[in-house]
Design a protein around this ligand. Structure first.
Ligand code: PLP
Length: 394
């Protein structure tokens, strides 16, 4: 498709052409099984270990095992599997504890899973948020207790972009002897992540959110933390995840992490400038709009904007006519009639929540693209409001 203006990077990102070049030889030339004894496969394993090192360097997870490999990095099929594996491993590591504490704004990869644990008899507590999506720390302090096995708090929210103080949450968990997991799928590559202080026990990331390939992710497991595999089978990944390694995607993830590490400072500055230009342009040109989230602590690329009295889906389909891709709420809940659980948790009124659009930018976006959105959006909103039964000119 030509002339697409892609502002839906929290749903997925374009594979960086440099990343694509790096992974290409592993389809038709170096296709050996990384776990094979012969050198055709064995030489591929060396590349897998190099990718593991590249991931560890981005996370500052610089612990080495006897082979000089970053053994804290476990390759998985993506963020969802990593989240599931972390919860399962923590509950298995502390079987006498029967409580899970997480937040009400997590991705469904966590929320749906903890609901299943609640059905199985675990006590599950969801930390609420205020109108800006900030966590209720008093609630967290009260609920994280000696019966808690795992506390899971996302590093950054996929819908509103809030960045949370996960190290503070990890300390609360550890004070009570609980393990701590963070879903950093939206944070890695967009904000600095430094695990060298050993405060985080588990961290999830996903390749396709940082210009890598789809179907690959990582679960960081701090050295010394007991880990029970979620996927059992062969001895791949040091016996921690069965299944033939997805070599091209692993190579892609390593490269994507290396690029993110080297370009992060520059990228963050450029992204926040574009995001601010987009937001201030919208707020200036269109009445009765609200920017959601915590302006003091959020991702540089995410802007969640509520337009009163119209439907987000209608805005999206009109933007689509101009080749502009965005999202209403999170991609995973698009299509459902309910406003997103995040906006509901924040208490955003229904008339605004229904008209919420998430613009999520990447390094491939340009100022011209932002200008195009600002050129067409005011007319789209005016048109939709003119036919909305809920809209009254104030
Ligand atoms: N966690 C968060 C915060 C996400 O935004 C997503 C994807 O949207 C996931 C987890 C799931 O990641 P994956 O698509 O790699 O399974």
């Amino acid at each position: 498709m030509k002339n697409v203006i892609y502002f839906d990077n929290n749903a997925t990102t374009r594979v960086d052409p440099e990343v694509f070049e790096a992974m290409k030889p592993f389809f038709c030339e170096r296709y050996g099984n990384a776990s094979s004894i012969h050198s055709f496969g064995g030489s591929v394993m060396a590349e897998v270990e190099n990718a593991r090192r590249q991931v560890a360097e981005l996370l500052k997870a610089d612990f080495r095992d006897k082979d000089n490999c970053a053994s804290e990095i476990l390759f998985t099929s993506g963020g969802t599997e990593s989240d599931n594996a972390a919860l399962a491993a923590a509950l298995a590591a502390l079987p006498e504890r029967k409580k899970i504490v997480t937040t009400c704004v997590e991705h469904p990869a966590i929320l749906t899973t903890v609901r299943e644990y609640a059905r199985a008899g675990y006590e599950v507590k969801l930390i609420p948020v205020d109108g800006s999506g900030r966590l209720d720390w008093n609630f967290a302090e009260k609920e994280i207790d000696s019966n808690t096995a795992i506390v899971s708090c996302m590093w950054a929210n996929n819908e509103i972009g809030n960045v949370y103080d996960v190290k503070r949450m990890a300390r609360l968990a550890h004070q009570q002897g609980a393990l701590f997991h963070t879903d950093a799928v939206q944070a890695v590559g967009k904000v600095p992540v430094d695990l060298s202080d050993g405060e985080i026990d588990f961290l999830s990331l996903s390749g396709h959110k940082l210009h890598g390939a789809k179907g690959i992710g990582v679960l960081y497991i701090r050295r010394g933390v007991r880990f029970k595999p979620l996927i059992t089978g062969g001895h791949q990944e040091r016996g921690r995840r069965g299944g033939t390694e997805n070599v091209p995607a692993i190579i892609a993830l390593g490269k994507a992490c290396e690029i993110a590490r080297k370009g992060m400072d520059q990228e963050v500055a450029a992204l926040s400038a574009l995001r601010d230009q987009l937001e201030s342009g919208i707020v200036q040109a269109i009445p009765r709009v609200h920017v959601n989230g915590d302006k003091a602590s959020r991702l540089p690329n995410t802007s969640s904007v509520s337009f009163e009295c119209i439907e987000g889906e209608a805005i999206l389909s009109m933007l689509n006519c101009y080749g502009i891709c965005a999202s209403s709420g999170s991609a995973c809940t698009t299509g459902s009639l309910e406003p997103s659980h995040v906006l509901r948790a924040m208490g955003v009124p229904y008339t605004s929540a229904h008209g919420t659009i998430r613009f999520s930018l990447s390094k491939f976006n340009t100022q011209q693209e932002v200008e195009k959105v600002l050129e067409v959006l005011p007319d789209i909103i005016r048109t939709l409001r003119s036919i909305s039964p809920f809209w009254e000119e104030k």
